[in-house]
Design a protein around this ligand. Sequence first.
Ligand code: PLP
Length: 344
Amino acid sequence: MVQPDLSFHGDQEVAPGLLDLAVNVRGEQPPPWLLGRLERALRQLARYPDPAAATRTVARRHDRDPDEVLVTAGGAESFVLLARALTPRHAVCVHPSFTEPDAALRAAGHDVERVILEPPYVLDPAQVPDSADLVVVGNPTNPTGIVHERLAELCRPGRITVVDEAFMDAVPGEPHSLAAARLPGLVVVRSLTKTWALAGLRVGYLLAEPDVVQQLRQAQPLWSVGTLGLAALDACLQRGPVRMAERDAGELGTVREDLVRRLTEIGVEVTPGSQAPYLLCRVPGRPDVHQRLREQGVAVRRADTFPGLTPEHWRTAVRDPECVTHLMSALCQVLPATTRDLHG
Ligand SMILES: Cc1ncc(COP(=O)(O)O)c(C=O)c1O
C-alpha cells in the first residue's frame, strides 16, 4: 500500500496569482486592534519572555488552573512534545485527520495504529481499541469538519487522550469542546493560528492534568513562546475577542451553508455536517478536479495525503461570499455541463 505523504500541508498549494482556498487561516492579516497590541509588545523584546500572565489568561478563558496550562509554539509544538515526552505502548491516531500528530509520533520512534473512519466520518468510541494508551483525534476534524460528540468516553486512567481543538473556536458556543473538562488523561490542544490569522507567529496552548503539563513542560525548549506570542494569547483570549470570534463563526456558518448548497447543485459531493471553516469535497470519477481548479486560478487542498481519502477528494476553505463566487465560477469551467445537469 502506498503511504500517504504525511508532511504535505495546505500551504504547499499556495502560489502567486492563485486564489488560496487551500489554507484555512481566516483573513489576510490579524485584525488592526491585534496588530496594535503586537506592535506595542515589540518594545519589550529586550527582555526574555515570561509566560505567567498569558498562562493565567488561558486558564481563566477555560475555567482551569494555571498549572493545567502549557503555552506552546502553535498546536504543532504540542504534538512534538507529546511524541517526545510520552512512551506509549499502543498509540492510535484517528483518520482522516491533520497528519502532524501521526508524523510526530512516528518521527519519535513510536508505532502508530490508524483507525480510519468511513463516511460520514463520525467516531464511535468503540472503534478505538481498548489497549490504546495514547489516542489522538481532531475536533472539529480537519479535513471533514465533523465535530465528534462522544470523545469524553475515550478518557480513562492509563490512557492519554489528545483532542486537537485547533478549529474549535470556529464553532459558535463550542458546545462539544473538552477544554474545560477535567477528565483522566485528557490533553486538549488549541491554537490561535486560524481564527486570528497568526500562522506566522506560532502560538497555541494545551490543557491537561498538572502532572502531564509538567512532563510536557520539561520536554519543551526554554522560552519556546516569545513575547509577541504571549501578547497575542493575552489579547485574544479576553472576553471581548472571544465573543468577536464567536460572532464571526456564526457568520461563517451562513457562508458555509450557501457554499454547500451551491456545490451540491453542480454535482460535487460534500461531506455533510462540517462545523469548521472548510469543506471536504469529491466529484466521483474525477480525480483531476484539484489540478483543473489550479489551471482556473484556484488553489484547493489536495486530500489524498490524508490517510483514508483518495485523489477524488479535495478540501476548500470557507471564507467570504466573493471567494464562494470565484470558486463556483472556476468549478463551472472544470465540471462538464452534463455532470451539473445530472445533479442540478
Ligand atoms: C487540525 C489542525 N490542528 C493543528 C494544526 C496546527 O496549527 P498551528 O501549529 O499553526 O497551531 C493545524 C494546522 O494546519 C490543523 O489543521
